[in-house]
Write a protein that binds this ligand. Structure first.
Ligand SMILES: *[C@@H]1O[C@H](CO)[C@@H](O)[C@H](O)[C@H]1NC(C)=O
Ligand SMILES: *[C@@H]1O[C@H](CO)[C@@H](O)[C@H](O)[C@H]1NC(C)=O
Ligand SMILES: *[C@@H]1O[C@H](CO)[C@@H](O)[C@H](O)[C@H]1NC(C)=O
Ligand SMILES: *[C@@H]1O[C@H](CO)[C@@H](O)[C@H](O)[C@H]1NC(C)=O
Length: 195
């Protein structure tokens, strides 16, 4: 069985990891299965994500996934630091952890360990709802994202994704809209043959 390494997205995105604490253990969430990693490649804009506690503010957040020459997937995340206006980028990789299910583990060279990246629902061409949960004693930590192929999805598209969150019992009051206005042109990922 081929393990596909997908480079992660926004989880540890440039140190702005957004985790919210909840009581009890991680909720059960179904994921896309079978997951078509090829169809998932390319550019995704972060539209909403959980409140970023330790972040001074990231805007124009973009994740780009590409196939590496070894058949694995490269993850290239960028954002603009709201305070400084500087471009921040990070490159990593991810792998599928459970057969054909969209349960990925992402790692970045600059950080130890792997972070979960579950694709709960996606149509590959418009939206993706990504979820990550970690049990920690009597509590759990959740991070979740609404990603879109468009920097500015329609209100209808936003409402549809909001329904997905609600149907799955995900607390939408913790979601923050990512500022995607006034952004510079996207930066291309580094060549994958370097990895
Ligand atoms: C998740 O599902 C398993 C098996 O169906 C069940 O044992 C467990 O209690 C569930 N966990 C939660 C948090 O609902
Ligand atoms: C996966 O997606 C690619 C690109 O869209 C497509 O060519 C391929 O047929 C898909 N594979 C399956 C098994 O659906
Ligand atoms: C989803 O994306 C496809 C391809 O870009 C587009 O043709 C279609 O209209 C979109 N669907 C919705 C519901 O936005
Ligand atoms: C988003 O960023 C732009 C460009 O920096 C700024 O003009 C605008 O006020 C910001 N919007 C919000 C809602 O913060």
């Amino acid at each position: 069985m081929a393990l596909i390494h997908l480079v992660i997205l926004a989880i540890a995105i440039c140190g702005t990891s957004a985790q919210i604490q909840f009581p009890g253990s991680c909720p059960n969430q179904t994921v896309v299965d079978p997951f078509n990693a090829t169809a998932y490649l390319g550019k995704w804009y972060e539209i909403e994500a959980y409140f970023q506690v330790f972040s001074s503010g990231a805007m124009c957040t973009v994740a780009q996934y590409s196939l590496r020459s070894d058949g694995l997937v490269q993850v290239f995340n960028t954002n603009i630091n709201e305070a400084t206006g500087n471009l921040v980028s990070i490159t990593g990789s991810a792998r599928l952890t459970e057969g054909t299910a969209a349960k990925l583990a992402v790692s970045f060279p600059v950080a130890p360990g792997e972070a979960p990246y579950w694709v709960l629902e996606t149509d590959y061409t418009n939206y993706s709802v990504v979820f990550a949960c970690r049990d920690y004693g009597t509590v759990h930590f959740i991070t979740t994202w609404y990603l879109s192929r468009s920097r500015n999805p329609s209100q209808q598209a936003r409402d549809d994704v909001r329904s997905i969150f609600l149907n799955r019992g995900i607390d939408v009051t913790k979601l923050q809209t990512t500022n995607q206005t006034g952004c510079p042109p996207d930066t291309n990922p580094p060549p994958t043959h370097l990895f």
